[in-house]
Every structure is written in C-alpha cells, then in structure tokens.
Design a protein around this ligand. Structure first.
Ligand code: FES
Length: 182
C-alpha cells in the first residue's frame, strides 16, 4: 500500500463506515476486511494487538505497508505499532517460506541448547530468527514454551514436532525437508 492509499483511506474513513460493499480504494479488497474490523472496534487505539492479529490473518504476514496502514487507521506512531508487533512472537513480517522451522526457546528448551539450534540454522541457511531465507524456502521462527517440555529441546518442522533435538539433528531434518525427503 502506498502512502497515497493510506491517506485516501484516512480521508475515506467517514464514508466507508457506511458502505461495506464498495471496492477498497487500494484496489486490494483484503484491506476492506481489516477496515471492517477497524470499524467494528471504532478505531480504538487499545485494539492495536487485536487489529494486528486480524491484519495478519487476512494477509498472512505483516508487511511494512500493512503496519503503516494500521498505524494511520488507529492514529498511532508507526514506531509504536512496529514496536508492539515485534515484541510478540505471534507476528510474522515476511511471507511464509515453503518450509518452516520453529525452535522453542522456552526455559526448558533454552537450558538444553535451543539457542545453539537457532544459531546453527541461522548460520547454515543465512536466515535470522523471525525471517524467511532470501530464496523463500525456509522460515525460521522461535516460540516460547510449546507445552512439550519433557521433549526439550523441541523443534517444529513443517508442523511435525521433533523432540530432543540438537543442532546437528535439526540441520539434518531441515536439509531433508528442503530436499523433499523429510
Ligand atoms: S520450554 Fe520448550 S516445550 Fe516447554
């Protein structure tokens, strides 16, 4: 979304509140779903987190443009919206990769080396935590306790829970997944 679109959205706020079925001025009707939520919560600033959840549900991830859109709609500083979004691990800022690797960094996993696993995957695939590799093949995420502390350290690879992982075993599984044999 461009700045112009965001501005148009702001100036249209009073009229869109009564015309749910009009095409969104951005040309992307997904914004209309976000707008519907915003109208429902009366653009209340204390609905920021809920609004970010809705935006992520609709778009799949929070792009910079989308964060700016929410900031303008709620009349909040973009830096604050970005700060809140990055504070919570539930939000993601890139389109999801073909494969996803989530490393639990909760206390039980942390003391058993979860940070080393994160560092190992980051180094092997040049992808920082919370991001997707440049080739779009792997998204690396961390999570707070996944509720399987007895299996620590826990990694979730493409939806499969892997217990008692270390860096080497995780890298083996990630490589297998990327090669299509995992
Ligand atoms: S701390 Fe990792 S599963 Fe609980």
């Amino acid at each position: 979304m461009s700045d112009t679109t965001a501005s148009r959205h702001q100036s249209d706020t009073s009229t869109t509140a009564t015309s749910d079925h009009r095409a969104h001025p951005s040309g992307d009707d997904r914004f209309e779903l976000v707008d519907k939520h915003l109208r429902r919560v009366h653009y209340a600033q204390d609905q920021l987190i809920e609004t970010l959840h809705v935006a992520q549900d609709v778009f799949g991830f929070l792009s910079e443009d989308l964060l700016l859109y929410v900031a303008r709609a709620l009349r909040l500083p973009p830096s604050m919206v970005y700060g809140v979004a990055t504070f919570y691990h539930l939000f993601t800022f890139d389109p999801p990769g073909e494969h996803s690797c989530t490393v639990c960094t909760g206390t039980a996993c942390y003391v058993k080396g979860a940070d080393g696993i994160v560092a190992g995957v980051t180094e092997a695939y040049d992808v920082p935590s919370g991001r997707t590799s440049d080739d779009g093949r792997l998204t690396l995420k961390t999570a707070r306790c996944l509720g399987s502390c007895g299996l620590a350290p826990v990694v979730v690879l493409d939806g499969t829970v892997l217990g008692h992982q270390d860096t080497a075993s995780t890298l083996d599984r990630v490589a297998a997944a990327l090669e299509g044999v995992g």
